[in-house]
Ligand binder design. Structure first.
Ligand code: THU
Length: 134
């Protein structure tokens, strides 16, 4: 079960994602994205998009956070915040939705933009009928 997140915890998570966004390596698209993953143990793991001259080797912010968390021994997640400079709160791309679902679909996804607007979804709202091996 995902623990209920209070407003302060959500604001902290969005702030962490905003800070991570500042570290994005996005010289090709110039579209910086930050993510902050709240782990079940309360740890917050950040990610940012890291682009590559080959383009195909680019990693999104959300997957960067998941990879960092798993490498650090954390696989249970309660929420993720994602921030970009978009007119409306940015939502994770399809690949990132599937990557998040790998570790459980009971996940709150807090979408935000740099203007401070937010929108909240359950992962299953964003990824209905995602792939699973059964
Ligand atoms: N990007 C993310 O970091 N997360 C997403 O969910 C969608 C896109 C990044 C990838 C690329 O560096 C840039 O945004 C433009 O697509």
């Amino acid at each position: 079960m995902t623990a209920a997140l209070d407003a302060a915890a959500k604001a902290d998570l969005v702030a962490a994602a905003r800070a991570a966004r500042e570290r994005a390596h996005a010289p090709y698209s110039r579209f910086k994205v930050g993510a902050a993953l709240l782990c079940a143990d309360g740890t917050v793991v950040r990610g940012c998009n890291v682009e590559n001259a080959s383009y195909g080797a680019t990693v999104c912010a959300e997957r960067a956070a998941v990879i960092a968390a798993v490498a650090d021994g954390r696989r249970a997640f309660a929420a993720i915040a994602v921030v970009a400079d978009t007119p409306t709160p940015v939502t994770p791309c399809g690949i990132c939705r599937q990557a998040l679902a790998e570790f459980g679909t009971d996940l709150t996804v807090i979408c935000a933009n740099t203007a401070g607007e937010t929108a909240e979804f359950g992962l299953l709202e964003l990824l209905p009928h995602g792939f699973a091996r059964g």
